[in-house]
Design a protein around this ligand. Structure first.
Ligand SMILES: Cc1cc2nc3c(=O)[nH]c(=O)nc-3n(C[C@H](O)[C@H](O)[C@H](O)COP(=O)(O)O)c2cc1C
Length: 555
């Protein structure tokens, strides 16, 4: 039997299997009109019951249920489906929220140059989530200023800072870790690591002790972000013994603390970072995440940590459906980047925000990365409206083909100076040398001996400044903006079409976050009902953007 014409609720065929039990209750509570159905489905604090009466399907959230199919109660109607309340606080791993003092398992990922700004972290923190402030690419002085801003809040909120692995800038990780320890930054997002570094381990184990019950307490928490299983296994392992010994010898920790540290993972929380904005291995989340979860289970079994390991989900989340998929796959928490960059609180320019708001899913490209240019590492950037990806690729091709600036053909040199650099190579080198004289003089020594390295430093001038032009909204350099961005941006824009979110000025980070969480919960509820054989017309299954007031009235 096929039921239809039921204002969007369709039961394709009814079988005894789909008949769950009997519903009894106030007949006036049974609804079949579109708007009523939307309200019942959208009110996530209440259950939803699907009732068959006189050949027509109804929804209600009140019931007296019996599951004894053989005894139809007086006044009872067949119960054909059921969805439990879907509470936003229950999405993800509740222990993650408990450990980090959050209401929702939602994390704003670090975005370099302060694009994930203190303003993003404050807004998320005030709403029961946590945001990481993007420290990569910024001077220690700017990072310290942001720490002081967060520390001076009258009403403290949860927050964290990024610790990015910086193999090219000797000593930088140590300086940043010193700042975090000095100011009591208790949570970091550790990213771009291929192996453990001493500063990272120092941060993690500083202050480690046992409480009165002999349980290990680690004041400093690390959320690792990785896209490779080999690297994940290093974060889920205890800190390397050699590094612990070095820290003991240097007087940073005691022998006893080193011993305690062998019983903890470097990171209890690890984000499996799939195809995303910025550095990415472009792996699909649906294949990467289960692998990381399997690793977590193996390593928990092996090490039997007191603090159980957890895996969060990062990369590709720009819609409620993708957030729902993450939680359906068992994500302990969600990490969002690209969609936040387009929000009014982000540290980028209005010009960049507008370009992001116009991006489609295919408007992105991989381009050579500034920090690991010589190694051929790439980052995912916005392609539409900027020529950065093409120009950066040209630089990499020239770097591969020629071993010094002097060996560049005249035409290429001219093109570089006229089009890409918009300045003479001599001038660029002068500025570059001044920069490294302050920051890392060893680079200059290397460049003197190796002209190919000098070439890399000059080319990295462009790669290093292009994100700053975007952040500053430098009008004359618009075509050179390097804007890190993943496919989630285009997905968000597509979902936002026709709604208040379409305008960049309406994208507030908490509104975006709550829409992703609320929408995920609603998607999961619809999926529960779909899995029981119910079909929805488009207007019922369309999880559209809602204002914060609308969401608050439904949760
Ligand atoms: C503009 C931008 C800058 C980023 N910079 C960093 C960074 O400095 N450090 C880091 O760990 N991750 C960085 N990321 C990655 C994000 O923190 C986050 O993990 C990722 O964006 C999630 O995937 P999504 O872009 O699909 O939302 C950046 C992402 C973007 C979009």
């Amino acid at each position: 039997m096929t039921l239809s014409g039921n204002n969007g609720l369709v039961w394709p065929s009814i079988s005894q299997q789909m008949h769950l039990g009997w519903w009894k209750g106030d007949l006036a509570s049974l609804k079949s009109e579109g708007a009523d159905l939307q309200t019942l489905l959208g009110n996530l604090t209440r259950p939803v019951f699907v009732v068959l009466k006189d050949g027509k399907l109804y929804l209600t959230n009140q019931a007296d249920i019996s599951f004894d199919l053989n005894n139809r109660p007086a006044g009872g109607f067949p119960l054909m489906g059921f969805a439990a309340p879907t509470i936003l606080e229950n999405l993800g791993d509740s222990s993650f929220c408990q450990d980090h003092g959050l209401r929702y398992a939602y994390v704003g990922g670090s975005m370099a140059h302060g694009i994930s700004s203190p303003e993003i972290a404050i807004a998320l923190g005030r709403s029961g989530m946590v945001g990481f402030i993007g420290a990569a690419g910024d001077s220690p002085a700017k990072v310290e200023k942001a720490i002081l801003q967060m520390k001076s809040l009258k009403e403290p909120v949860p927050f964290g800072f990024n610790l990015i692995h910086s193999p090219n800038e000797k000593g930088l990780e140590d300086v940043i870790v010193d700042l975090y320890l000095k100011h009591g930054v208790r949570l970091i997002e550790a990213s771009a690591f291929l192996a453990m570094s001493l500063p990272l381990v120092r941060y993690r184990v500083t202050g480690i002790h046992e409480d009165a019950n002999g349980r290990i307490v680690t004041p400093n928490k690390v959320i690792a972000k990785v896209s490779r299983v080999e690297v994940a296994s290093k974060f889920f392992a205890p800190p390397p013994e050699k590094m612990l010994q070095k820290l003991v010898e240097a007087g940073f920790i005691t022998e006893h603390q080193a011993k305690l540290a062998t019983r903890i993972p470097v990171a209890q929380d690890l984000t499996s970072e799939a195809d995303s904005g910025g550095h990415t291995d472009n792996r699909p989340a649906v294949s990467l995440h289960p692998t990381m979860v399997a690793l977590k289970n193996r390593m928990q079994e092996e090490h039997k940590y007191e603090m159980p390991l957890r895996v969060g989900f990062g990369g590709g989340t720009g819609t409620p459906a993708s957030a729902a998929a993450a939680f359906a796959m068992g994500a302990a928490y969600l990490v969002v980047g690209s969609a936040h960059q387009a929000c009014v609180e982000s540290g980028t320019s209005d010009a960049a925000r507008l370009m992001l708001a116009n991006a489609g899913q295919a408007d992105i490209a991989m381009a050579p990365a500034g920090d690991m240019f010589e190694m051929g590492v790439t980052v995912q950037v916005l392609k539409r409206g900027t020529m950065f990806a093409m120009r950066a690729q040209k630089l990499y091709e020239l770097f591969r083909k020629y071993d010094s600036i002097e060996s560049l053909p005249a035409a290429d040199r001219q093109m570089l100076e006229k089009t890409i650099f918009q300045d003479s190579i001599d001038n660029i080198w002068k500025g570059t040398a001044d920069f490294f004289r302050q920051r890392d003089p060893s680079q200059l020594e290397k460049a003197e001996q190796d002209p190919h390295h000098k070439m890399a430093l000059v080319f990295r001038w462009y790669l290093g400044l292009s994100p700053r032009w975007a952040v500053a909204g430098e009008e004359s350099r618009k075509v050179d903006y390097q804007i890190w961005c993943g496919p989630a941006m285009g997905a968000f824009n597509e979902w936002a079409k026709g709604s208040f979110f379409e305008k960049p000025e309406n994208r507030k980070v908490v509104d975006v976050a709550m829409n992703l969480l609320y929408g995920a919960a609603l998607e999961l509820r619809l999926t529960q009902l779909r899995n029981q054989g119910l079909k929805f017309a488009n207007h019922l299954s369309n999880v559209a953007p809602k204002t914060l007031d609308q969401i608050n009235s439904l949760i």
